[in-house]
Write a protein that binds this ligand. Structure first.
Ligand code: GLA
Length: 745
């Protein structure tokens, strides 16, 4: 076993070795730290030969084309005429200056030089979960390289962290700033890391969209200049998500070629800048969005950023997705508090909206339990004054006009039916029509004398005030103490505008830190609590929030065919095992489209299954179909949660989304096909399956539990499933299929 992190003191070369990739950097004679190479390769087979002259000549600054270096962490100072990772301003006051210099204040010049390094196994990025529930593989101690850099004049220190997860080919990078000077330092921009890709031409793939249309994949070429993905907000954002692939143009496919990938572990004002320079490779700066940003470091103060998670796969986008999925499953998500699988959930939002009564909830709960639901979640409308979205947010006490005896009668009924109980909350918000706002009108983000914009009739609480964070925590804690609630759907339903806060411009990251800290404290005190992250659908999905929730609401759009595009995009970066999907009404409430129950189930079964239909209105036959499908889902659920996903075709590129999920030992697999559009008579091609055992025999069955046929692993991996068993002719009116493949011999 080769060392994961090595340092060659002669060459002054650091090499970080992952399973099938490596990352190298070097200290130059003047102490600058420069990037050398980051690439997919098996470092044990190909010993690295990174000669200083071949890979990185000491710069000759005598001509235009050489006037740059690949700084590992570029700062505003050292020949910084491109984007930088860090810009700091040091007050000149106090420093003896000659008379002419007196007017130049502050000094915006930071030049980092190497001071030393160490390797540790207990380092963690800023805003790491503090709820005490470990990730599945937290016990495996991962090596972190820490490189100490210091300004050549100011006593200002920047520590660069590189934590390795070799089996996922993933590096997490973050930085810690320490102001050891006697005066405050203003940080004007700050990335968690800058990464450099080898010279070449690249395309960028990420997801974009809007409310109800999140996670739609987009690919664009990176041309000279900067391409910026960003969110100036207090949630991760619907329109753009902080996760990406960058692939050398023409080389990467779903299953082959190098694909660089990355994601930010942070849920607020984030930015990813892809900078294509004329003479240099691509640089990617990932960190805080700084359009409206401030960070003041008082003397002696430190700031540790969250992590920029990245890596490179040698087996295409599929390999990149797989590495991220595995990393999230093993190292990010908290170990579930209850069963190891995500429960099948019922949520009554689309069934009753604000028209909630105890009787209707109890009735829905009893039908839900009968069809196999495991978790019953009461959505918006249960708390004081909340008869519409005009009032009530902020008052997290039960509305006695709806629940005269509190929630306990409903919770007891739900528990008696064998289900867990969950509740919707939107803790960061307040309606002006609420007791909280009447008591504390100053507790919201606003600028004095200026209008307070209400979006969805609500304002945002100022988490820059510690007393507000304490109050919100106390309200939720009281609910958890009084009631047996084991699941919160934590929502967040508006854009941030007029961000006036007592914390000034630091509010952007203080808000995110406040949300994380409330979640962490609640989870710590109530270890049976699980959380779903929701922000008007999929507006808060990222590696930061995934460290403190079990699942995410992917989109408010529950139309099965629209959803397939959303799922294709979501699954590029995030695992199906956290992707909550509901079966809702035949006549979809968002799009008005009418779709058969089969396609609604086949789509929803690809992730964490939920039911959102008004069960009260269904016939006995329909309920029986629900029951059968839920039973089938519970059988295939471990494959969805633990299997490797292969996207065999996508809705965007092929008009049909075909997913295969397969357990690591090839013993079981699911094939899921949804045709989103097709010409009459058009047949979707057979997709050779992956990851099966060639000479094993597989029994193929569907929700009816009947065996449809048996085929060998080789047949399935060369010819795919025979078309006549998929019935996918649109003329026949069937759009989708989910089958289970189980090894029998
Ligand atoms: C948001 C959520 C929905 C629902 C409503 C309730 O829009 O995304 O699922 O909970 O709020 O107001």
């Amino acid at each position: 076993m080769t060392e994961a992190i090595t340092f060659d003191p002669q060459e002054k070369l650091f090499v970080l070795r992952m399973q099938r990739s490596f990352y190298a950097m070097r200290i130059l004679s003047d102490g600058q730290l420069v990037h050398v190479k980051f690439a997919a390769a098996d470092p044990t087979v190909q010993p690295l030969r990174l000669s200083r002259l071949d890979e990185y000549p000491e710069a000759d600054f005598s001509s235009w084309e050489n006037q740059t270096r690949l700084w590992e962490f570029p700062t505003f100072g050292d020949i910084s005429y491109h984007d930088v990772a860090l810009k700091a301003a040091f007050p000149a006051g106090g420093i003896p200056l000659c008379a002419q210099d007196g007017a130049i204040d502050p000094i915006r010049d930071l030049r980092l030089r190497y001071r030393g390094h160490e390797i540790r196994t207990d380092a963690a990025p800023g805003l790491s979960p503090a709820h005490g529930r470990p990730a599945r593989k937290q016990a495996t101690l991962r090596q972190t390289l820490i490189i100490d850099m210091q300004d050549l004049g100011f006593d200002f220190c920047v520590r660069l962290f590189y934590r390795l997860t070799p089996e996922c080919d993933i590096i997490e990078r973050w930085v810690q700033l320490e102001n050891r000077t006697a005066t405050p330092v203003a940080i004007e921009s700050l990335a968690f890391a800058t990464i450099h890709l080898p010279l070449g031409e690249y395309d960028l793939t990420h997801t974009a969209g809007s409310w109800a249309r999140e996670f739609i994949p987009v690919t664009q070429s990176l041309h000279q200049g900067s391409t910026v993905l960003k969110q100036q907000g207090l949630n991760t954002g619907h329109s753009i998500n902080p996760a990406f692939f960058v692939q050398p143009r023409g080389l990467a496919t779903p299953a082959g070629g190098p694909a660089y990938f990355g994601a930010l572990a942070y849920s607020g004002n984030w930015s990813l800048r892809f900078e294509a320079l004329p003479t240099d490779p691509i640089r990617i700066h990932g960190g805080y969005e700084t359009d409206d940003f401030a960070l003041h470091l008082a003397p002696g103060q430190t700031h540790t950023t969250p992590a920029f998670v990245f890596g490179v796969a040698d087996d295409g986008f599929g390999g990149a997705s797989h590495r991220l999925h595995r990393f999230i499953h093993d190292y990010v998500l908290p170990v579930p508090a209850h069963t190891s699988s995500r429960p099948v959930l019922y949520n009554s939002w689309e069934a009753v909206y604000f028209d909630m009564t105890v009787e209707s909830q109890v009735r829905l709960a009893s039908i839900a339990a009968a069809i196999g639901v495991e978790l019953f979640c009461v959505d918006d409308g249960w708390f004081k004054g909340r008869r519409s979205d005009h009032a009530g947010l902020g008052d997290w006490v039960v509305d006695k006009t709806i629940f005269p005896e509190g929630l306990n009668p409903l919770i007891e009924a739900v528990k008696k039916l064998g289900m867990r109980f969950g509740l919707w909350v939107e803790p960061e918000m307040v309606n002006p029509n609420s007791d909280l706002y009447r008591a504390h009108p100053d507790w919201v983000l606003h600028f004095p004398t200026r209008p307070r914009t209400e979006l969805r009739h609500q304002l945002i609480l100022d988490f820059g005030r510690p007393e507000v964070v304490r109050h919100v925590h106390a309200m939720l804690d009281a609910l958890l103490q009084e009631y047996d609630i084991t699941f919160f759907k934590w929502d967040m339903n508006r854009h941030a505008t007029e961000p006036g806060s007592v914390a000034g411009r630091e509010i952007w990251f203080r808000h995110v830190a406040g949300v994380y800290s409330i979640m962490d404290q609640l989870r710590k005190k109530h270890p049976r609590l699980e959380i779903q992250s929701c922000s008007g659908g999929g507006g808060r999905v990222d590696l930061g929030i995934l460290g403190r929730v079990e699942q995410v609401w992917t989109s408010d759009n529950t139309d099965a065919l629209d959803r397939v595009y959303i799922q294709d995009g979501f699954s590029l970066f995030y695992p199906p095992g956290v992707m909550e999907c509901w079966v809702t009404h035949e006549h979809n409430h968002q799009t008005g489209r009418v779709l058969q129950l089969e396609v609604r189930f086949d789509t929803a079964m690809r992730g964490v299954l939920g039911i959102g239909t008004n069960l009260d209105r269904l016939s006995v036959e329909e309920l029986d179909t629900y029951r059968r499908n839920i039973a089938f889902y519970r059988k295939i659920r471990p494959i969805i949660e633990q299997g490797r996903l292969h996207r065999l075709s996508t809705a965007r590129d092929h008009g049909a989304s075909a997913w295969q999920m397969v357990l690591p030992d090839g013993s079981q697999s699911i094939y899921s096909l949804v045709v989103v559009h097709s010409l009459l008579g058009h047949q979707v091609p057979c997709h050779p399956l992956r990851g099966l055992v060639p000479n094993a025999t597989y029994s193929i069955s569907d929700a009816s539990e009947r065996e449809l046929l048996r085929l060998s692993g080789t047949q399935l991996m060369t010819l795919g499933l025979p078309g006549d068993h998929r019935h996918i002719y649109v003329k026949a009116g069937i759009r989708s299929r989910t089958v289970l493949l189980s090894r029998v011999e």
